[in-house]
Ligand binder design. Structure first.
Ligand SMILES: *Cc1c(COP(=O)(O)O)cnc(C)c1O
Length: 497
């Protein structure tokens, strides 16, 4: 049965999966949501026998119903291959009875690879299906992680170009090196003289400029976005929660039908929303535990029913979760409103004008699947240190936020349900913070890049290729520009004038 996609802000919109992937965002600003969440059409014990690619096909075909079997299988094959450093793609580590779902074995050693390695293939396939022959130009502003994951995903994918803007001086040295050493003849990386907000506003301006769009079309290009609200990023993220359940079953850690909890370190609410979709599909997930850092806007929302972004923005050592507007929450709001686009519009308008909104008691009652917590910098570091000292396992700062929240949750309510923690980055990506948590003060004077050796020594793990590479790779991108020159820079890169 064909599955169509609706906009969270306009009940008249109805698109196929490939149209929704190609378009990204609905014209009136709404997000695409499947008109119903499909129920798994295989048994849990069958899932236990599947490898990652088979699980991906089984899950994704139910969402992307207008993709032909060979089209979807080809996307999956091209995405989940030797780019990942383990055949399991997303292995589960049993650490003292808690399961860490390691989502960082891809090319940029963080979880965004899970979706961004397949999105380019879904997009070019969708374009073919829609008869679009223009070259797709991905424009992205990044504060660090997304830029590299998108570059790596789109590099040398035929029919696409990718241009990434980052704030000069506003990303870590590792993040900068990861981007400027990116290979691929269709890639461009530009440092802008300004902060992340300026980069993002500049990109937004270009997306919304009808004159530029027309000019691009004449030259055979069309803009598209790889940001986390694209349904082509959400759907691939459901896969690993299904796969994790199958893995636990296969290893005899649980019996068929046993519930498990899932803890997700959250920023934009994308990763945990994918877990919610997995639960709705029929995976026996008991609690979805939403873990925030000190930017605890989501924790407050789950406690009070009020979302309020009017607060101080805190820079933390889990920077990929430093967010005050969790874009993907809009999908959950729409669903708990009973798919009421008018109600959702009203709330999103309040968010835009006042910076806050409150949901009704009826909507709040539908959030009982969720629990929420947050961790301070100190609690996060304590989780890294304690886990290392007790088990030898080293986790990154984002994962540690989840581990700290889970620990407090367990103490608080005594819930003994088996639990999976989404482990979103390799400790090598945040080596300095991680080592500082383990031996406070010992590494203050050292360069981040050199610390990989030390981390390898104390954890007994191999330095990932992604880190080795940037230590020796050649710089390929040196372009810089002012915030006001972004459009001109894009024209030059695309050879428009
Ligand atoms: C993006 C990111 C997150 C947050 O994921 P959301 O889907 O935005 O909630 C957590 N950890 C890491 C390492 C990330 O890169």
């Amino acid at each position: 049965m064909e599955l169509f996609y609706r906009s969270t802000r306009n009940e008249n919109v109805m698109l196929t999966a490939s149209e929704a992937i190609l378009q990204g965002l609905s014209d009136e600003g709404g997000l695409f949501v499947p008109e119903r969440i499909p129920v798994l059409n295989v048994s849990l014990s069958e899932i236990a026998g599947m490898d990652y690619q088979e699980t991906a096909y089984m899950v994704m075909k139910q969402f992307l119903t207008d993709f032909k079997e060979e089209e979807l299988k080809s996307c999956i094959r091209l995405a989940y291959d030797e780019k990942f450093d383990t055949e399991a793609i997303a292995p589960l580590a049993n650490v003292d009875g808690t399961y860490y779902l390691e989502l960082f074995h891809g090319p940029t050693i963080a979880f965004k690879d899970m979706a961004l390695s397949i999105l380019p293939h879904l997009m070019t396939t969708a374009a073919k299906k829609q008869g679009v022959t223009d070259e797709i130009v991905i424009l992205t502003a990044t504060s660090g992680d997304t830029g590299k994951a998108a570059l790596s995903g789109f590099a040398d994918v035929e029919g696409t170009r990718i241009i990434v803007f980052y704030p000069k001086g506003g990303v870590s040295e590792v993040q900068r090196l990861q981007m400027v050493t990116q290979k691929g003849k269709n890639t461009a990386v530009v440092a802008i003289h300004g902060n992340f907000d300026e980069a993002q506003s500049g990109v937004k301006r270009m997306f919304e400029d009808p004159k530029l769009r027309e000019e691009l079309r004449e030259a055979g290009f069309r803009f598209s976005s790889a940001n986390s609200i694209n349904i082509g990023r959400l759907v691939p993220q459901i896969v690993y929660y299904v796969y994790a359940y199958g893995g636990l079953l296969k290893n005899g850690e649980i019996q068929e039908g046993d519930p498990v909890n899932v803890v997700v370190p959250t920023g934009n609410f994308g990763n945990i929303l994918a877990a919610y979709f997995a639960k709705e599909m029929g995976i026996p997930i008991a609690k979805l535990i939403c873990a925030s850092n000190e930017n605890k806007v989501l924790f407050d929302f789950f406690c009070t029913g009020t979302y309020d972004r009017n607060r101080e923005f805190v820079l933390t050592e889990s920077p990929s979760m430093d967010i005050l507007i969790s874009s993907n929450l809009e999908r959950l709001i729409y669903l708990i409103s009973g798919r009421n686009a008018d109600k959702n519009c009203e709330l999103m308008e309040e968010l835009r004008t006042k910076g806050s909104y409150g949901i009704t008691e009826e909507m709040k009652a539908k959030l009982s699947d969720f629990a929420a917590g947050y961790a301070s910098a100190q609690e996060m570091k304590q989780a890294i240190r304690d886990t290392f000292e007790n088990t030898g396992y080293v986790m990154d700062t984002h994962t540690a936020v989840a581990a700290a929240v889970y620990d407090a949750y367990k103490k608080d309510c005594g819930d003994q349900t088996k639990t999976v923690i989404a482990s979103t980055a390799s400790p090598y990506k945040f080596a300095k913070s991680v080592l500082d948590a383990i031996h406070p003060g010992a590494y203050e004077q050292q360069e981040e890049i050199g610390l990989a050796d030390e981390l390898s020594r104390i954890s007994g793990t191999e330095i990932p290729l992604a880190v080795e590479e940037i230590r020796h790779a050649k710089i390929c991108h040196t372009r810089e520009c002012d915030g006001a020159q972004m459009e001109q820079t894009v024209r030059e890169i695309l050879g428009l004038r």
